[in-house]
Design a protein around this ligand. Structure first.
Ligand SMILES: [Ca+2]
Ligand SMILES: [Ca+2]
Ligand SMILES: [Ca+2]
Ligand SMILES: [Ca+2]
Length: 220
């Protein structure tokens, strides 16, 4: 019987290990082509390990899988307090020159252009980029607010409609990593920046309680 207890405990431990990877990767919405239809990412920010994002276990982040379809891609998000935002394109341009040469553009809530980037050193933004053609932008938000981040292809520039120039084409793929220090963590909308247990942690607690109960039974 005791062997069965250990078996059950081991089974839960395996589940916990399998579920601790961060699952909040979101597919880009196909209808995200303008400010008006930007995809809001507020519900997708969380903390947790991710080797492609700097300080991923401290700074709330969201990860978006972008797929080119001949249109611009706009995303929106809230910033809860003055903080630094990191916008990091990964897996855009391949080492062999394949893939997309991304450009990113940051706007305020009424579409005023704030900052942008075309190319950046691949050592910025942790892992995920093998080409300096992947865009990267660090921006200091001076206040809370609502912002937009647009993704396009070289050669693009900020203009009246947001972004003019070139768009991601069919067959292009990129990952957009957003980390914002003052952003809200998923499941904790009223308390910006506070970490909440992820499912893996909850399972670990359950497994721990189970183990404790079995031990008590053995010694009781
Ligand atoms: Ca990265
Ligand atoms: Ca689009
Ligand atoms: Ca990158
Ligand atoms: Ca670029």
């Amino acid at each position: 019987m005791e062997r069965l207890y250990y078996l059950v405990f081991g089974f839960f431990t395996i589940i916990v290990i399998a579920s601790t990877s961060h699952a909040l990767s979101v597919a880009a919405n196909v209808n995200n082509n303008t400010f008006a239809t930007a995809q809001n990412l507020d519900a997708f920010f969380s903390v947790g390990p991710n080797s492609d994002i700097a300080n991923a276990e401290l700074t709330p982040w969201a990860s978006v899988q972008g797929v080119g379809d001949g249109t611009l891609d706009f995303f929106s998000f809230s910033v809860a307090a003055a903080s630094t935002g990191i916008f990091d394109i990964d897996y855009g341009r391949g080492a062999d020159g394949s893939g997309i040469d991304t450009e990113i553009f940051l706007f305020d809530s009424v579409g005023n252009f704030l900052a942008g980037n075309d190319d950046s050193d691949i050592t910025r933004g942790a892992g995920g980029s093998v080409s300096s053609l992947d865009a990267f932008l660090s921006y200091n938000f001076l206040s809370a607010g609502f912002y937009y981040l647009g993704v396009a292809e070289f050669n693009s520039f900020a203009c009246g409609a947001g972004i003019c120039g070139n768009v991601a084409d069919a067959g292009d793929f990129y990952t957009l990593q957003l980390s914002v220090g003052g952003s809200r963590v998923q499941g904790d909308q009223g308390n910006p920046g506070q970490e909440v247990p992820e499912p893996g942690t909850l399972l670990l607690l359950s497994a721990g309680l189970l183990g404790a109960a079995r031990l008590r039974k053995r010694h009781g």
